[in-house]
Design a protein around this ligand. Structure first.
Ligand SMILES: Nc1ncnc2c1ncn2[C@@H]1O[C@H](COP(=O)(O)OP(=O)(O)OP(=O)(O)O)[C@@H](O)[C@H]1O
Ligand SMILES: O=C(O)c1ccc[n+]([C@@H]2O[C@H](COP(=O)([O-])O)[C@@H](O)[C@H]2O)c1
Length: 279
């Protein structure tokens, strides 16, 4: 009986689950252990639903013209993220967004990755016989269902969800697209209430079926701002960020009083762009 049950649960998880790819957009200035935990928490959550198979994760650092205070160069933020994610066998760093000449809206970044996923899927799609149409490979964790391409979902923390309601920050059609067309996985952060953010937004409520709220029970308030503050003061950030990243920061003398003044008077690019779309 137990063998039958095991077989059934294996087969049903293959046939009835959707492959997901998680994309996290942000400054990662610098990457913290909690940024990497977001991926782990989200993957566990999605797997526990029994409906999704998370096959990979992408971290996409924002480009230099985002205009956020203290933002160090994208080449450094990307290098640090790559060093940190050497310990992951499923999350990688993608440089496309960070290399764009201007700041790129998240919806546009998602469209780009969606196209890349479809291209790779088309290239790697095996030809099927009628009897094995749904299953391409069944090898440990890498089993895949290939008659549906992987779905891209945005992964974020609860503070990110709150930015949707800041006037002039997001275009309404982009919120619709990110949440409605792609889907969102949001991990709790401190005392923020993502359920309330969804409830108080008509657009988010309309698409609540595509929003997955993940509860982080080990509350972790690590923030890149606090890490930068500690570094400026010459204090330890060990165990908040990986050792390899600490070493990189010291080698390049990245976070100083000067670096924190960068963009201090700048208007965040999304706000400037919405205020003067031609600008
Ligand atoms: N401690 C945390 N808990 C949950 N989500 C987090 C946490 N830290 C960062 N995130 C999420 O990671 C993504 C990238 O965040 P970001 O690079 O802005 O880091 P941050 O720590 O929030 O930075 P800063 O302190 O400079 O605002 C966002 O979606 C953010 O919500
Ligand atoms: O697409 C938008 O309109 C939009 C508006 C505001 C912020 N974002 C993205 O949200 C992310 C916020 O990162 P951070 O570090 O400011 O928390 C970053 O990747 C931005 O490009 C995106």
């Amino acid at each position: 009986e137990s063998v039958k049950f095991w077989l059934w649960s294996e087969i049903s998880s293959i046939y009835f689950s959707t492959m997901d790819i998680l994309l996290a957009c942000g400054s990662f200035n610098p990457i913290t252990n909690q940024h990497m935990r977001l991926f782990e928490l989200a993957r566990d959550h999605m797997h526990r639903t029994g409906q999704y198979q998370v096959v990979s994760g992408i971290m996409s650092p924002v480009s230099d013209n985002y205009g956020k205070q203290g933002l160090v160069l994208a080449k450094h933020r990307t290098a640090m993220a790559k060093l940190a994610l050497q310990s992951s066998n499923w999350v990688t760093v993608d440089e496309w967004e960070s290399q764009q000449p201007d700041w790129t809206e998240t919806a546009v970044t998602m469209r780009y990755h969606h196209e890349q996923i479809l291209k790779r899927y088309e290239q790697s799609k095996p030809t099927f016989t009628s009897s094995d149409k749904n299953i391409a490979s069944l090898s440990g964790e890498n089993r895949t269902i290939t008659d549906v391409p992987p779905q891209l979902k945005l992964l974020c923390g609860a503070d990110f969800l709150d930015t949707f309601k800041i006037p002039g920050m997001w275009r309404d059609d982009h919120v619709e697209e990110v949440v409605g067309r792609f889907g969102l996985i949001c991990v709790s952060r401190g005392a923020l209430q993502p359920e309330r953010a969804v409830h108080e937004s008509d657009a988010l409520t309309r698409h609540s079926g595509s929003i997955h709220l993940v509860r982080e029970w080990v509350r972790n308030e690590t923030s890149a701002t606090e890490v930068r503050r500690a570094l400026r003061r010459g204090m330890s950030v060990k165990y908040l960020i990986p050792d390899s990243v600490i070493e990189y920061i010291h080698q390049h003398n990245l976070y100083t009083e000067d670096s924190e003044r960068r963009n201090a008077d700048a208007v965040l690019r999304p706000l400037a762009k919405q205020a003067r779309p031609e600008f």
